[in-house]
Design a protein around this ligand. Structure first.
Ligand code: GLN
Length: 483
């Protein structure tokens, strides 16, 4: 049963081939048996899962239907879940039980999903390797020596290992698309404002966006359908109608204009990845797409701009963790300053502390204009580049990552080397655009992803292109050995 996709599960439940409770129990047993090898869960919510599965079975028995009714999923551990630990991968929130559900969590629960657990992640979603979690590194199911990508590495590893058919994730600079690429999955970062951020623990609020991680584009469409939509509780949520994503999956690609940015294929890209990207373009051409070279001239400035803006927003967002209101408090503080200093010093890991310091510095009087303001200007230039490109093409295609999954520990002494891995993903966050990564082959037994970007609110186009590609390729159906 663990090989079933969300779409197959929906059919199986509708045809009464199995119940949601049977499926849920089978997957819970699989998590117990296999997760110790990959460490993809922070919490397994067995009791909640069984009760939600029973409720879904009862709703189906009463005549209700729905693609997600009875579907088991996991939530990245930064979506607040009422009464359940919501740790954000940090010692700071190890004892934090959220008092309410995030909008994404409650919307999916209403649609009938079953929460099997909360997935591991980089601490406060900062990272590209899932090594900074307080709960330990997550291992890539394709090779335990390698990272699964981050920061949604737990969601990705769990889905790749067939412990779950799909999971929620978030993407501030690539954290849905990059782990999707490194674990052989399909992952979609929606347009900023498409999915509510209410109840999602903030990292960099102007960049953060929740989205689905699954094996297929078809399943991403189903999960996104349950997540997307206007939410009055999130002031940046956009009141745009949500299309029927599944209905558009099979649209023809005849005449689709694909842009290949010349800046994406320069130095720094593993040539073996470049070959697979070009092979995917050939497949899409066979389906009727036409290809055009384009230019995104400001792309080279994206990493420096992002690594000013994201830490700046993080330093502000994380000031709420003061040892008084949330989470960890140090033992026996002598006074208030000592309480702040030691609670934060002991509660946050080294990468989070580094980001807070960089962010506070960039925002400080005297440096604000030189760093933060400059970075915001670059952000606008990057957006303008995309707007110009989308005058000529319907989607932009390129590699998701410059390199294959690296060995756990390989970049630990060089944080900037890890930041550079985000080179292809962060521009979509800076511009607020939707992006998708889909599996496009393997190098040395490790998965490779191709990224597609589209204009605002054209998630459906991304899902359509990826779905058509997945009808003529089988990379997305491959499972890691032993899973
Ligand atoms: N790797 C990027 C960072 O560390 C992106 C993380 C994310 O998307 N949450 O900031």
């Amino acid at each position: 049963m663990h090989q079933l996709t969300l779409a197959e599960i929906a059919r199986g439940l509708a045809d009464k081939k199995f119940s949601s409770e049977e499926l849920t129990r089978a997957l819970l047993a699989r998590i117990t048996q296999l997760d110790p090898q990959i460490n993809s869960f922070i919490s397994v919510t067995e009791e909640l899962a069984i009760s939600q599965a029973r409720a879904a079975d009862a709703r189906r028995a009463a005549g209700e239907s729905g693609a997600l009714l009875g579907a088991p999923i996991g939530h990245k551990d930064l979506f607040c879940t009422q009464g359940i630990r919501t740790s954000c991968g940090s010692k700071m929130l190890d004892n934090f039980k959220a008092p309410y559900d995030a909008t994404v969590v409650s919307k999916l629960a209403e649609a009938g999903t079953v929460t099997l657990g909360k997935t591991n992640m980089d601490e406060f979603a900062m990272g590209s390797a899932n090594e900074s979690s307080y709960y330990g590194a997550v291992k890539n199911p394709w090779s335990f020596e390698h990272v699964p990508g981050g920061s949604s590495g737990g969601s990705a590893a769990a889905v790749a290992a067939r412990l779950l058919p799909a999971a929620t994730a978030t993407d501030t600079g690539g954290s849905i698309r990059q782990p999707a690429a490194l674990t052989g999955l399909t992952g979609l970062k929606p347009t900023y404002g498409r999915v509510s951020r209410w109840g999602m623990i903030a990292y960099a609020s102007s960049l953060d966006q929740g989205g689905p991680l699954a094996r297929t584009a078809e399943d991403c469409a189903l999960l996104l359908q349950g997540m997307a939509g206007f939410d009055a509780k999130d002031s940046t949520s956009v009141d745009e109608p949500v299309p029927d994503y599944s209905a558009g999956l099979n649209a023809s690609l005849e005449g689709l204009r694909i842009g290949l940015p010349k800046e994406y294929f320069g130095a720094g890209l593993d040539p073996r990845i470049a070959d697979l990207v070009h092979a995917s373009v050939k497949e899409l051409q066979k389906l009727g797409a036409v290809v055009k070279e384009i230019s995104l001239p400001n792309m080279q400035h994206a990493i420096p701009a992002y690594y000013v803006i994201a830490p700046a927003e993080a330093s502000s967002n994380l000031s709420r963790f003061d040892g008084v209101r949330f989470g960890y408090r140090c033992e026996n503080p002598v006074d208030l300053t000592d309480l702040y200093k030691r609670s934060r010093g002991e509660g946050f890991g080294p990468e989070v502390q580094r980001r807070i310091m960089v962010g506070a510095y960039a925002l400080s009087a005297g440096y604000y204009d030189a760093y933060y303001l400059q970075a915001q200007k670059i952000r606008r230039l990057i957006k303008n580049d995309f707007m110009a490109a989308f005058n000529d093409v319907d989607v932009i295609l390129g590699p998701t990552t410059p390199n294959l999954a690296w060995k756990i520990g390989a970049k630990n002494n060089d944080p900037v080397a890890e930041y550079l891995e985000d080179v292809y993903t962060i521009t979509a966050n800076l511009a607020g655009l939707p992006g998708l990564s889909m599996p496009a082959g393997f190098v040395d037994g490790l998965p490779v992803g191709v990224q597609l970007l589209a204009p605002y609110f054209h998630e459906g186009r991304l899902l359509n292109v990826a779905h058509r590609y997945q009808q003529v390729t089988d990379w997305h159906t491959r499972a890691p050995n032993g899973f």
